[in-house]
Design a protein around this ligand. Structure first.
Ligand code: NAP
Length: 509
């Protein structure tokens, strides 16, 4: 009853008849959904699948925010996308089936190997590539729409025209799409180490970048006023592509995941604007959700690193720093798996701080064995999760969930930091930057102000890593030189295996 009064649910009224305001709204919505010629039942199906898709996308985002419901979130997103595709096909917004099949085969030929063969540690660059493709689609659709509208052959000899609001939106869509294509491709190149990961800087870099962006915006305004100046359009796209390239080139590899989240947001916004241009509500909503979630994610990541957007985008963070402390000769203490296993076995509370090294070594399953052995001995074990440990948000949650470590033992940084002073051992596995105490007090350090895991407050700190090399930020870690710190040098998987072996043997004795 209530639903039937809503424009979405008024298909019983024939669209051809002018039967009052509801039908007029319905007609407007039908035009907006692009299915003016479809029968009322098809329209109902289209609206139903779009509403279902939007609801599933919203639920997906909600469920993805917790490790316990993340799998359900992925499934909801997939079903939502299927519903959106079915709705769009039903709405007859298709060129022909042959093209749909070609696109499906081409997309699967690229997407399936990406999903199957790229390892977990390469997820950030895989995400960058996905955004590049999404943004390419948005930019190409906008470009095709422009040329179709402006083609005199299709307008029976009349010069085409696009209303200013639509043209303004189209320009914004193409600009965001094209800068995201090149920006994401450079981000992929840096993370895949095809390009140098360090920031590439040059004089007047920001001035040059803003001049290019400003020129592109001026051309966008000119095109909005005079869409028939078609000669400007390729220059406009070229400037967008160039700006994306130059924007990401100076940004260091350490900031790339944040930049990728931001580019995700641009690609989503571009898709949303494409929805306005194509009169497709589904695209408007899905693009807006994508754009907003990308923006939120980058804000969360910036906060976790205590950095501003401006600093990430224009700060050229990640040039290798040599601190005064690094020059001093200091000693580190290393230990053996046997001694470390004894200390662990005698502990009441062990807090594990995992990081990127655990992901590289794929040590999570061995960590699970260590966890089981310690629990069996009556030791309490907790995992301290730093929001930017690893190379993507939630990286540690995903790995530890893969090894079936109970979610209840994964504790976020803010909640676990108070427990470190009471912990007998802080076991750092392949984490570096997120444990560096310099972030708390060394104002000269590039990571100053970044919230860290307070592992240095535990009675004993054990650090598993292969060498004294710095982490992603290129900063030396003073944690390794503390009196209470013991280094266990080696690959994380091998070292944790040795710890497991020693603990298992000592349990037999
Ligand atoms: P990290 O600072 O990059 O340190 C990782 C450590 O793992 C390295 O010092 C490395 O030392 C060690 N390692 C590498 N391979 C190993 C192996 N096979 N076995 C044992 N150890 C190994 O990592 P993190 O502490 O996790 O910090 C993450 C960094 O990424 C932060 O700077 C953060 O700001 C940045 N970041 C993360 C995100 C995100 O979303 N997660 C986003 C933006 C930026 P050795 O070479 O000596 O072994």
């Amino acid at each position: 009853m209530v639903l039937s009064t809503l424009p979405f649910f008024s298909p019983a009224l024939p669209l051809g008849q002018d039967a009052g305001p509801i039908n007029q709204i319905s007609k407007a919505l039908a035009r907006a959904a692009g299915q003016g010629g479809a029968d009322p039942y098809t329209q109902l199906m289209v609206h139903f699948s779009y509403i279902l898709a939007v609801a599933l996308f919203v639920l997906s985002l909600k469920w993805l925010s917790s490790p316990a419901s993340a799998r359900r979130g992925v499934l909801a997103g997939e079903i939502g996308m299927l519903a959106a595709i079915i709705g769009t096909l039903l709405a007859h917004q298709i060129v022909n089936w042959e093209w749909i099949i070609v696109a499906l085969v081409l997309g699967s030929a690229i997407g399936v190997p990406l999903a199957v063969f790229m390892p977990m540690t390469a997820v950030p660059q895989r995400t960058a590539l996905s955004h590049a493709f999404g943004a390419l689609a948005a930019a190409l659709v906008g470009t095709a729409h422009y040329y179709l509208e402006m083609d005199p052959a299709l307008k029976m000899g009349h010069a085409g025209n696009i209303p200013p609001v639509e043209m303004g939106i189209l320009c914004l869509e193409v600009l965001l799409g094209s800068l995201t294509v090149t920006g994401s491709t450079i981000a992929f190149g840096k993370l895949q180490e095809l390009l140098p990961g360090r920031p590439i800087t040059y004089r007047f870099q920001n001035v040059i970048n803003f001049t290019i962006l400003g020129t592109a915006l001026v051309l966008g305004v000119l095109l909005t006023i005079k869409p028939q100046w078609t000669f400007l359009f390729p220059v406009f796209i070229g400037l967008g592509l160039l700006f994306g390239f130059l924007l990401v080139l100076p940004i260091g590899g350490a900031d790339m995941p944040t930049v990728i989240a931001l580019l995700n947001s641009y690609a989503g916004l571009s898709a949303s604007l494409m929805g306005f241009v194509l009169d497709n509500q589904m695209l408007i909503v899905a693009g807006a959700l994508d754009g907003a979630s990308g923006l939120f994610l980058s804000i969360i990541m910036c906060k976790a690193m205590n950095r501003s957007f401006a600093n990430v985008l224009f700060g050229a963070f990640g040039k290798v720093q040599v601190s005064a402390a690094a020059i001093e000769q200091r000693t580190v203490r290393s230990t053996t798996a046997e001694e470390a296993a004894e200390i662990l076995a005698d502990a009441n509370l062990v807090i594990v701080a995992p990081g990127y090294g655990m992901a590289v070594a794929q040590a999570q399953h061995k960590v699970r064995e260590l966890y089981d052995l310690l629990i069996k001995r009556g030791v309490s074990v907790k995992f301290a999760i730093h929001p930017v440990a690893g190379r993507m948000p939630g990286h540690m949650n995903v790995l530890l969930a893969e090894a079936d470590i109970p979610y209840t033992d994964l504790v976020e940084m803010d909640s676990i930091n108070g427990d470190f002073p009471g912990a007998d051992v802080a076991l750092v596995i392949g984490a570096n930057d997120v444990t560096n105490p310099a972030a708390r007090h060394d104002k000269a350090s590039p990571i100053y102000g970044m919230p860290i895991l307070d592992v240095d407050k535990a009675r004993t700190v054990m650090v598993i890593k292969r060498s004294m090399n710095p982490g992603f930020a290129g900063v030396e870690n003073e944690l390794y030189y503390l009196d209470r710190t013991l280094m266990l040098f080696g690959d994380a998987k091998a070292v944790v295996s040795n710890l497991v072996k020693e603990l298992a043997e000592s349990a037999k004795r």
